[in-house]
Design a binder for this molecule. Sequence first.
Ligand SMILES: Nc1ncnc2c1ncn2[C@@H]1O[C@H](COP(=O)(O)OP(=O)(O)OP(=O)(O)O)[C@@H](O)[C@H]1O
Length: 252
Amino acid sequence: MEAILEAKEVSKRFRNGRGIRNVSFEIGRGEIAGLFGPNGAGKTTLLKLITGLIRPDRGTIRLFGCDIPERFEQGMSRVGAVIETADVYEYMSAYDQMKLAARFYPGLPKSRIDQVLEQVGLTPYRGEKAGHYSLGMKMRLALAGALLPEPQLVLLDEPTNGLDIEGIRDVRLTIERLAAEEGISFLISSHMIDDMGKLIDRLGIMRRGEMIRQGLRRDLVPAGVTLEAYYLSQIRQTKGAEDDGQLDGELA
Ligand SMILES: Nc1ncnc2c1ncn2[C@@H]1O[C@H](COP(=O)(O)OP(=O)(O)OP(=O)(O)O)[C@@H](O)[C@H]1O
């Protein structure tokens, strides 16, 4: 497998004793990977480490063969991300927001804005203020911004958070289409395994700051077992421990 993301034994401890410990994870080209775990398990922390928003205490992270944070710009040039909040300007139209975002990427042809709005299904609403959008549409607008520089890997943190069933379906179909038609790989974090379950080729399950399972779905999940049932069985094995993100003991 050609790994486009490799995280090896990554640890990050915040001053309050929370964080992630010894986390390893990898993604191959063209895969849709799901990062699952209860609230506070460390999913967002891992995504922030991958995108260089925070630095690891230990371990290595490579994106497209480039060490992060040393060769950050080169590695991240092929990555798009929507992390924590799908920030959109409520008073601006989708088109104007994309024009603003496009200024970060000098040399980007204007036609790219039309393309990304089309890719996320917002062309009919491109002139409307985002304040009038549903949450699902706002998420897709944030995704359009992440797609501007034609990334080969897109990281999405809880893309279905707060969405209704229709919104979840629209986001899922958008991801599915982008993966199939554009060959984009995805890393999607969620605590709602069913929302994205159908799409997932590879999964990582985090619990209390550790990666308790990771690998290809076909290798991990027995035939006839749903992803949700598998996830619950793995999480229950560590039941009893409070999931407050507090790391046990010192970092290894
Ligand atoms: N900047 C920070 N300073 C201190 N603690 C933090 C910081 N960021 C995260 N944490 C803690 O680290 C743990 C892991 O948090 P993280 O946000 O990565 O979890 P998560 O799996 O993304 O959870 P959720 O599903 O709720 O988003 C939590 O206990 C959280 O409170």
